[in-house]
Design a protein around this ligand. Structure first.
Ligand SMILES: O=C(O)CCC(=O)C(=O)O
Ligand SMILES: [Fe+2]
Length: 204
């Protein structure tokens, strides 16, 4: 049936959503408009944004987005074929971390930031299941700027879920979700502005 290929739209106002093999929280206006505008503008200016490259089959491929890594862990963090050394925490990132931790019931010691400059920037299907993150990692994703589609796909059943990550929203992925579901932010042909995503993590 064609229906199976359609993404289920899950922009409900319920906070905790239980899915097959995982759960997540989604709170659209976790940060109010003023806070969100402030963080979008400030983080664009003060974050140490870089376009990382990875080597694939002998070719250097540029990531289709800018990234930056902050944390209190002196260990470098490796993912998608690259290793990032953490920058030291800055006040704005600690303020965001302090605000989300009670909602997540979790403390974080690092954050990966992504800057999607326009609709051509993206992140392709992956899981956040690096071994440094432990067994069932809690990953808190904070969003400022343009709304982009965030898609989840079950590895076995291929079931798909789509969430519009709006300005000021908080998405918390938890339970066994990272073992069973991949996620991505696809490119879009629509004219979209800049978007910043922060994923807070606890690195062991
Ligand atoms: O931009 C997003 O919403 C997702 C980012 C992500 O999945 C990651 O950095 O691991
Ligand atoms: Fe991810």
């Amino acid at each position: 049936m064609e229906q199976l290929d359609l993404f289920q739209e899950k922009n409900t106002t319920h906070e905790l959503i239980k899915i097959n093999n995982g759960e997540y929280l989604f709170i659209p206006n976790f940060f109010n408009k003023n806070e969100s505008d402030f963080y979008l503008k400030t983080l664009l200016e003060i974050i140490d944004w870089k376009q990382e490259e990875m080597n694939m089959y002998g070719k250097n491929i540029k990531f289709p987005r800018l990234t930056s890594w902050y944390g209190d862990n002196d260990k470098p963090y490796s993912f998608s074929g690259i290793t990032l050394n953490p920058n030291n925490w800055i006040k704005e990132l600690i303020d965001i971390k302090n605000k989300i931790e009670p909602k997540c019931n979790k403390e974080f010691n690092s954050v990966l930031l992504n800057l999607y400059r326009n609709g051509n920037d993206s992140i392709s299907w992956h899981t956040d299941a690096e071994k440094e993150l432990g067994k069932n990692p809690v990953i808190a994703s904070v969003n400022f700027g343009a709304t982009r589609k965030f898609q989840l796909r079950h590895k076995n059943t291929k079931e798909k879920i789509e969430i519009n990550l709006t300005h000021g929203s908080l998405l918390v992925m938890k339970g066994e979700l990272q073992h069973f579901w991949q996620h991505q932010v696809p490119k879009t042909k629509q004219k979209v502005g800049k978007r910043i995503n922060l994923t807070f993590r606890q690195i062991k």
